[in-house]
Write a protein that binds this ligand. Structure first.
Ligand code: UD1
Length: 434
């Protein structure tokens, strides 16, 4: 299993580039199910979750072509025939976002069999809202042998009100609604940029959608969709992670190929923490930190609030800030797996339910630590970048699920990170979040 050996102490200086958003790419790839024609996606990140989704689509009979060389960030998907509309457990257990194929499969093939996602490292993550929405649209859903089966000759438009805001739930039902008969009105939708990115692709495929990016989405169903070419948004969580890396190492970093308008809440908190942030252009942000960092509280919320996917990374920063930072996790229970590892490195953090109280600044010392999920891994990398000595991070396959060549990118701006092991060797798989 791969490990990172990280020697801390270097400020990060230079330009670091952001890849395409994994969480946009995953639903966009699932959207290819909705048409018999080719969907070409650009700016696809080379991360393991994408490889998993390619495997998932291929197992259903889709032709999935990977780009090589200069086209390595492109994938072409053609679902001319879907011989086997089944999302098998072996694949679903490694990536919960596999439930994103449920809506498009029923809409296109009239039936779907999707393995129920199992337990999860960051708390129970049910898909009851996906199921309730499809039932309202006329699907019959049964559950047997760990699989969920959905059937509908043609889905009908419906009035859907989400009890709770869900990102993949909004995306899944949006994909179901575009081919449904009549109008679907979706309320209390997720407003994340990834939902908007998916809607942009669907509209390019011929869908009729209004209001994506707001809480209310209105869809007029169409009988068929056609192929399209689409460029995936930059990854706002990767960009946010790099901004924290610049600040925590007291560096001077330009984060390039990002979208600053998706990072409002993160930028505000970094400024409150004493980092200097300059928007250099529509796709470049500069972060500088030379003075002391200050404590600032965060409370995770749905977009446009502070993202839960940045909570762990922000906590690493809070360990280095003067004063007390209160970190409240409102989206997922049990998303504090990084805390015990940060404490082993010398951080002063007290946990009480969904609240972590961080007292800083703490002098971090290098240690052997274990990555437990995608964003927790990022938090440990950030802590190791400022720890005294050489840290060893085990189970970095969690990191590889969502960060493209992170060690190469960080080494390019002055970090000292060595990967031990073979990135291409088969890895132990786990059900993980992110
Ligand atoms: C997505 C992101 C993930 C991010 C999360 C919150 C992808 C692939 N993953 O995950 O990185 O951390 O949004 O921003 O885009 N819930 C229910 N019933 C449901 C669905 C969700 O109760 O049917 C609950 C969840 O348990 C959770 C909350 O709703 O407490 C939000 O979850 P959701 O937005 O669905 O997260 P994901 O879409 O899985």
């Amino acid at each position: 299993m791969d490990k990172f050996v990280i020697r801390g102490g270097n400020p990060l200086v230079g330009t670091i580039r952001v890849s395409g958003a994994k969480n946009s790419a995953l639903p966009c790839m699932a959207a290819a199910i909705l048409t018999e024609e080719e969907v070409i996606l650009e700016n696809i990140p080379q991360v393991r979750d994408i490889a998993t989704e390619q495997r998932l689509l291929a197992s259903m009979g889709a032709e999935v072509e990977l780009g090589y060389g200069s086209a390595e960030h492109r994938t072409t998907i053609c679902c001319r025939t879907l011989s086997d509309p089944v999302a098998k457990y072996e694949i679903v257990k490694t990536m919960r976002a596999s439930s994103l194929v449920l809506g498009p499969l029923v809409a296109r093939a009239g039936m779907a069999r999707v393995a129920m996602p199992g337990g999860c490292a960051i708390g129970g993550r049910p898909i009851d809202l996906h199921i309730a929405g499809l039932e309202k649209m006329g699907a019959t859903i049964t559950q047997e042998h760990g699989y969920l089966e959905a059937r509908a000759d043609r889905l009908r438009g419906a009035h859907l009100v989400f009890d709770k805001i869900t990102v993949t739930g909004t995306e899944d039902l949006l994909m179901a609604a575009v081919l449904a008969e009549g109008e679907t009105l979706m309320e209390n939708c997720a407003r994340e940029p990834e939902v908007t990115d998916l809607a942009t692709l669907l509209i390019a495929m011929g869908a009729r959608i209004e209001g994506a990016g707001t809480a209310t989405i209105r869809v007029q169903g169409v009988p068929r969709l056609h192929g399209a070419r689409h460029r995936i948004n930059p990854d706002r969580i990767e960009a946010g992670t790099f901004l924290v890396a610049g600040a925590i190492t007291r560096g001077d970093l330009i984060v390039a190929d990002c979208n600053p308008s998706h990072l409002g809440a993160v930028i505000t908190k970094l400024q409150e923490s004493g980092a200097r942030i300059d928007i250099l252009s529509p796709d470049e942000i500069r972060v500088q930190a030379d003075g002391p960092l200050r404590a600032a509280d965060i409370s995770t919320e749905e977009y446009p609030g502070f993202p839960t996917d940045m909570q762990a990374q922000y906590m690493a920063l809070a360990t280095q800030a003067e004063g007390v930072s209160v970190v409240k996790e409102n989206i997922f229970e049990n998303r504090f797996m990084h805390v015990q590892e940060l404490v082993r490195m010398g951080a002063n953090i007290k946990l009480d339910g969904r609240t972590a109280t961080v007292r800083g600044p703490a002098k971090l010392s290098a240690a052997a630590v274990m990555c437990s999920d995608l964003r927790a891994s990022a938090s440990l990398v950030l802590a190791a970048l400022v720890a005294d000595g050489e840290s060893i991070l085990d189970r970095v396959y969690h990191m590889d699920r969502g960060y493209e060549h992170i060690e190469e990118k960080l080494c390019g701006v002055g970090a000292q990170i060595q990967r031990l092991g073979n990135i291409f060797a088969p890895k132990e798989e786990e059900v993980v979040a992110g």
